[in-house]
Design a protein around this ligand. Structure first.
Ligand code: PLP
Length: 492
């Protein structure tokens, strides 16, 4: 490149043009704005039980409320905050509401919220050690806590991800790394028919064709059968296929059932089949003796997905992947292009960008570290136990009411059931329609939010308890609401 010198006058102009930072509100205004925002957050946080669970709006309504051209000039923060409070926030479900029991909810502690704020406020680059040794060390510490909860060995390694979907994908990429190109063409992935669909998407992303994904039959409790898995492995070996990996559930999304992990590990071991446990929902149960028993053998898995933003009271987004032989993560993902030559970590140091899909990473570990340090692990043990007891209470109440049929008893903190009008001679299809209508009606009340699923041919209403706010009174209210709604719809 030829250098074209500019004259002194132009140079001076440039210096003056860049002499000052851009205008930005100063400390006094920032404190005032922060106070306004945080005071509102705390009010909402403490008053959730009395709020509607949330409402939705049509696209047309949302357009009418929010469509506008990009504003060339800025406006007053308080006015924009008020607009958010009036036009945006009310149109999102409060999934941390004590009576939001649909899907897998999330109910962060306020320390998780503050952790997110502090992480955003300092915005470290949590991808490489050189730029963020403190945040990387905090992530290592938090990962070691999780390893300890699950009984994983010291050599295990991990990474915090955006959620369970990214963790499941990352696990399959690591598991595939040891296959040759030839083996990839005949590798078989075994899955449960109760798997989360992120497993199918992960398989799609890594280019595994559907015929290389084989569902393994389950038992009547919707758990993968180890003997059926073993049979598949032997048959597929004999047919020249390569049994490659199994994704087992450590708490299935539908029913909460945990697969018999210990037995599955025994079936995988002799054939060197990679065992991945998707414990995105159920992992925290390992903090409680009952949950630990249900997840027995999880420490034998080659990799584990666990989502703190589900049953560990964290704000979105934080998932996690642990890999038993931790070194495999960097062996799979580390690439050092010339423009990153300065960030090669020392022997003991970790570049988390070398362990997964993302280079630029937010400091997710902070909210976890802050929450656990402020509340203690004992609080999380209580959380798990409390949620399991709520689910137990729900099953007990359902069993005493003649209009309910429990379709899948409590597994961890999930219960599936349906409403059946007394004396009903309705067939499954009619009951399915009725129960779907009940879900819609209950949601419309704003008092509770449920979701449905399908177990075999039957539509099931599903309650998932992960929220530290939910009480016995909430369970009673939700069940009464379902019963009244079901009866009204059945009679109408
Ligand atoms: C068992 C299981 N695995 C994976 C996922 C996907 O996790 P995420 O939504 O955090 O990507 C979920 C989500 O509900 C889940 O229940």
């Amino acid at each position: 490149l030829t250098k074209t010198p500019i004259d002194d006058h132009l140079l001076d102009q440039l210096r003056r043009a860049c002499a000052a930072s851009l205008p930005h509100p100063g400390a006094a205004a920032l404190l005032q704005h922060s106070d306004e925002a945080i005071a509102w957050l705390v009010r909402e946080f403490n008053g959730l039980s009395d709020l509607r669970v949330g409402r939705t709006g049509t696209r047309r309504e949302m357009e009418a409320l929010l469509r506008e051209p990009p504003p060339e000039e800025g406006s007053d923060f308080s006015a924009v905050l008020a607009e958010y409070q009036e036009k945006v926030a009310p149109y999102a479900c409060r999934i941390d509401h004590p009576r939001f029991l649909a899907f897998i909810p999330s109910a962060p502690t306020f320390y998780s919220v503050l952790g997110e704020l502090l992480a955003s406020g300092t915005n470290p680059f949590a991808g490489v050690w050189l730029e963020a040794a403190g945040p990387a060390q905090v992530e290592l510490v938090v990962l070691d806590w999780f390893k300890e909860f699950l009984g994983y060995p010291a050599e295990a390694g991990g990474i915090l991800t955006s959620g369970g979907s990214e963790a499941n994908l990352t696990a399959l990429v690591v598991a595939r790394e040891r296959l040759t190109q030839e083996e990839r063409g005949r590798a078989v992935l075994y899955v449960s028919d109760q798997r989360h669909w992120s497993v199918d998407r992960a398989a799609k992303v890594i280019g595994l064709p559907p015929e290389q994904i084989r569902p393994v039959p389950g038992d009547p409790d919707w758990r993968m059968s180890p003997s059926a898995l073993e049979k598949c492995i032997i048959e597929h070996c004999a047919a020249g296929l390569m049994p490659w990996a199994v994704v087992a559930n450590g708490g299935a999304t539908n029913t909460g059932a945990a697969d018999p992990i210990e037995e599955l590990a025994k079936a995988c071991g002799p054939h060197k089949v990679w065992l991945h446990v998707d414990a995105a929902y159920g992992w925290a149960a390992a903090l409680d003796p009952e949950g630990k028993r249900l997840l027995q053998g999880i420490e034998r898995a080659d990799s584990i997905t666990l989502d703190p933003h589900k049953w560990f009271a964290q704000t979105f987004e934080v998932g996690c992947l642990l890999v038993r032989k931790g070194g495999l993560l960097a062996e799979t993902f580390a690439i050092r292009p010339e423009y990153m030559q300065d960030v090669t970590p020392g022997d003991e140091e970790v570049n988390f960008a070398d362990r997964g899909l993302a280079l630029t990473r937010r400091f997710r570990a902070l909210k976890l570290w802050l929450s656990v340090k402020v509340l203690g692990v004992s609080w999380y043990r209580l959380l798990v136990n409390h949620c399991c007891r709520l689910a137990e209470l729900a099953v007990e109440l359902l069993s005493r009411k003649p209009r309910f049929e429990v379709l899948s008893p409590r597994r961890l903190s999930i219960v599936c059931f349906r409403f059946v009008p007394v004396g009903s001679r309705r067939d499954d299809d009619e009951l399915n329609d009725l129960n779907l209508a009940v879900v819609d009606e209950v949601r419309r009340t704003g008092r509770a939010f449920l979701s449905s699923t399908r177990l075999g041919k039957q539509v099931a209403l599903r309650l998932c308890f992960i929220n530290w706010r939910t009480t016995a009174a909430d369970v009673e209210e939700v069940l009464s609401l379902i019963e009244e709604t079901g009866q009204r719809l059945a009679e109408g």
